[in-house]
Design a binder for this molecule. Structure first.
Ligand SMILES: Nc1nc2c(ncn2[C@@H]2O[C@H](COP(=O)(O)OP(=O)(O)OP(=O)(O)OP(=O)(O)OC[C@H]3O[C@@H](n4cnc5c(=O)[nH]c(N)nc54)[C@H](O)[C@@H]3O)[C@@H](O)[C@H]2O)c(=O)[nH]1
Length: 147
């Protein structure tokens, strides 16, 4: 069976900059392995539903709870890749940090975090599918702003 993980692409809007340059994405760097960067996410516990996992992992890994976030409707990305020979599916919802000054609080699983614009976020993310997800989030937010 495929390994399954869920999380949030979290962004904040800088008040002092006009759109679309005001969007920054949150990436966390693992304290283990190759120290890769991803949005907050993690494995689904037995019996847990996907969205609950995304919320739980975001709280555990970034210290950000439901009340800190504004969910963006209609955005869900599914990534499929292999980890140590096993298929893995990762689901990302999209959420805005309501107060852009809220502090991120890391757990032991991560050693660093960054708020970055899309270009820098894609450099950190490294994997094409995650870069595509971040780009899709940026486009989605830009399109929403024009409606
Ligand atoms: N010591 C140690 N311990 C580890 C290690 N590994 C895990 N632990 C333990 O597990 C716990 C984590 O538990 P959760 O938080 O619940 O799970 P996740 O959030 O799912 O975290 P993971 O790190 O397991 O999974 P990924 O992020 O998926 O990275 C796995 C591989 O996939 C690559 N990769 C990442 N993203 C993408 C992508 O978007 N696209 C593509 N194509 N590839 C991508 C990435 O570069 C990497 O090579 C930790 O507490 C550790 O105890 C490890 O190597 N050494």
């Amino acid at each position: 069976m495929a390994v399954r993980a869920c999380g949030f692409v979290i962004f904040r809007r800088l008040v002092q900059k006009p759109p679309p340059d005001n969007i920054e994405f949150l990436l966390l760097q693992t304290s283990y392995g190759e120290h890769h960067w991803t949005p907050p996410k993690g494995h689904v516990d037995p019996g847990e539903d996907d969205f609950t996992t995304a919320l739980r992992e975001t709280q555990e890994e970034a210290g950000l709870g439901k009340d800190h976030l504004r969910m963006v409707d209609g955005f869900l990305q599914r990534l499929h890749y292999q980890v140590r020979g096993k298929d893995k599916e990762v689901l990302y919802w999209l959420a805005e940090l309501r107060d852009p000054n809220t502090q991120v609080v890391l757990s032991d699983e991560h050693q660093d975090y960054r708020w970055t614009k899309l270009e820098e976020a894609c450099k950190l993310a490294k994997h094409q599918d995650l870069q595509d997800t971040l780009t899709a989030a940026q486009r989605y937010l830009e399109t929403q702003g024009k409606q």
